[in-house]
Ligand binder design. Sequence first.
Ligand code: FRU
Length: 482
Amino acid sequence: MVMKQDEMLKQQAYLAVEEKGESVRKDPYYPGYHLAPPVGLLNDPNGWIQWKGIYHLFFQWMPFHAGHGAKFWGHYTSEDLVHWNLEPIALTPSDWFDKNGCYSGSAVDADRKLKLFYTGNVKDEHNQRESYQVLAESEDGITFTKKGVKIELPEGYTPHFRDPKVWEHNGRWYMVIGAQTEDNWGSVVLFESVDLEKWTHKGILSRGNEKPFTNLGYMWECPDLFELGGKDVLVFSPQGLEADGIDFNNQYQTGYVVGELDYKEARYTHGDFTELDRGFEFYAPQSALDDQGRRIVVGWMGVPDQDEELQPTVKNGWVHQMTMPRELKLMDGKIYQLPLNEMKELRSIHRNNTTIEEEISTEIERTSEIKLDGEIESIVLFDYSRLIYDRKRMILTLERPSYRNGEIEQRSCILKNDLEHLHLFVDHSSLEIFVNNGEEVFTSRLFADPSNNSLKIKPINSAGLQVWDLKNDTIKQENYKR
Ligand code: FRU
């Protein structure tokens, strides 16, 4: 009997996990409580949804090597956003319409089914790209059946047309797609449907050369449009922005605009573009609404083409991880990102609870949470990365050695308020810093010497310090073949 392509790809991927999974998980840089690939490369979060009470997070996955290629959809589930299970592979690039990758997309709950929309990436015999928006469905949330192409490339765009994000509004379905116009501007396109089968192209909601923008990039990836604090927020990842002082310092950006979407006229009026995260690695986030009404976002802790192949885990057969899930709030037109309450579940030992009046030097676990109340002059983590605060200019800067040549590189932001709170989550080779209750966030990978546990903190006057050891065993990968 001839094995079907889908089954064959699954077997090959499972074999890769069996052969290399253990050595990947033993890597001292492998995260303890963040989601990472069992082997190979992980990029964008996909299909993020709470469905029938269970949180599903799919991910762009290349199981065969720690680089990009014909992507699969890997799958994690959770009941509480802290404990996660790796599930069987959701999608493989096995069909004519997705043979070069089941690219990014989203999930909705409809007709008691979990429905996924994703981009089928195809390269023809002349290496020309084709793009199809594809539907796949599941009754149990684990096994998916592809239902074929629902949207073909409309006129006016290049085949850089991908990453459908679908949502419901007033009894109709809407979809935004990240696109490149024929004259090479990044844009976001709106579609509408009554049944998730037949889709109408409603037009462009925003583009890189139209007000308020003059030059916001040649391609916009992974759009996400949602209601937050009474406004319509569009988060997207534009490519082709020039660095501008402390802004836009990564290879590609991720940010948002705040505005109003007129669904009838398919017109979106919005303000300027603001970066969502100030760290070295953050891209392609996706949000979902949960049953407590929270808008929860997960981002990819990586940036395409940003020296990915130089990350030290590549030689050990894996690369990249997700951010923690975070709650989004809109206050005074600005997005705040907060660690979820559930993350307190991760705490094991309350290692420090003290007030510091002068520089201290201590040791922490590689999975730790650190809370600081008060103004801080500097924090040095693992003698590798430094956070410094310029109080006069209210500029906060994160430093680390570059993957390329070891020279110190920086990412900065200007605070709106005095520095009062810092909340750090450390996980083996990653750091997420929440500043002033989510006013700014720095997300970064840190490949410090794994045997170095040093933490040095210098307060400006005095500061309250709390440190917790965090659990290391909340993600299970052994049930994936069930
Ligand atoms: C963003 C992205 C998406 C695409 C996917 C492919 O990182 O380039 O636009 O769908 O990754 O893996």
